[in-house]
Write a protein that binds this ligand. Structure first.
Ligand code: 13P
Ligand code: ZN
Length: 275
């Protein structure tokens, strides 16, 4: 079967399209990676070409050494993925040292995996260690989250509390909260390390003035997490604008309300973020 017809590739392409339709992927903005399981590797392997050269990632982690990832291409547009997967996405193999990748399928005509591949790889390793069911890392240029980063202190607690307060089910979807990476140059090892440090604790990290990184065990969960965070961020911006720019709202979900919700849903809230 052609790689494009495999279920995980179809799910990957659909998610790229979903993000594009949300308005989160201007130009080549954003990227997506997916960790293949052994069955998926076996199904795709007959279609693998001659492996290309190993490329150093600038980060090293043996947690997912030898594994395969499906990745969007650097400089490729999310809006083009579904129409032509082989030119816009590709499968890479990680070396035994967990320090380099090589392309084995797709990314035709000299394309490369996303420039954020070091961040994706480190986040996969950290999330896999925290939760072995994790398979997806997704980076999007979500406007509400970016807007929030201009007017909210760039601290995990401040961001998490505001997002939780905006919509009742936020605390259920991300009860640990979100991490916040201050503005950094994208595309390298430094931002990869800063993000993956936060992803030890959180399933999502905000990149100030840039966007959002989320994780999840499948495309639905990862996309749903990004969608929930972004919707809460947009609600905050709209409520604050409607309030003349003030952040002193008439009504807000109380800390006791957040704790009661988690109690009834049987989940653990991050106690450090509630009074
Ligand atoms: P890529 O085109 O290399 O994936 O980069 C897009 C991006 O969002 C960088 O942060
Ligand atoms: Zn980006």
């Amino acid at each position: 079967m052609a790689v494009e017809d495999l279920e995980f590739v179809k799910g990957f392409c659909r998610m790229c399209d979903d993000g594009w339709l949300q308005g989160w992927h201007e130009r080549n903005g954003g990227n997506l990676t997916y960790l293949l399981d052994d069955t998926e590797v076996a199904a795709a392997k007959p279609e693998f070409g001659e492996p290309r050269e190993w490329v150093n990632m600038g980060v090293t982690d043996t947690t997912l050494a030898g594994r395969y990832f499906l990745s969007t291409g650097s400089g490729k547009y999310m809006r083009n993925v579904a129409g032509d997967p082989a030119h816009n996405i590709g499968i890479v193999e990680i070396n035994a040292e967990g320090s380099a990748y090589r392309i084995v399928w797709g990314l035709l005509e000299g394309a490369k995996p996303t420039s954020e591949f070091p961040s994706h790889y480190m986040n996969h390793c950290v999330r896999f260690s925290a939760d072995p069911t994790n398979r997806v890392i997704y980076h999007s240029h979500t406007p509400g989250v970016i807007e929030m980063s201009f007017i909210v202190p760039l601290e995990d607690r401040a961001f998490s509390r505001i997002l939780w307060q905006m919509m009742t089910e936020c605390v259920v979807v991300f009860p640990a909260g979100v991490g916040v990476v201050p503005w950094m140059v994208p595309g390298g090892a430094d931002i990869a390390k800063a993000t993956s440090d936060l992803m030890k604790k959180y399933t999502a990290a905000v990149w100030a003035h840039h966007g959002l990184f989320v994780s999840g065990p499948d495309f639905d969960t990862a996309f749903g997490l990004a969608h929930t965070i972004e919707k809460a961020a947009e609600l905050y911006i709209a409520a604050r604008a409607a309030n003349g720019g003030s952040d002193k709202f008439l009504n807000v979900i109380s800390d006791q309300g957040l704790k009661d919700t988690c109690r009834d849903f049987g989940i653990q809230i991050n106690e450090d973020f509630v009074d």
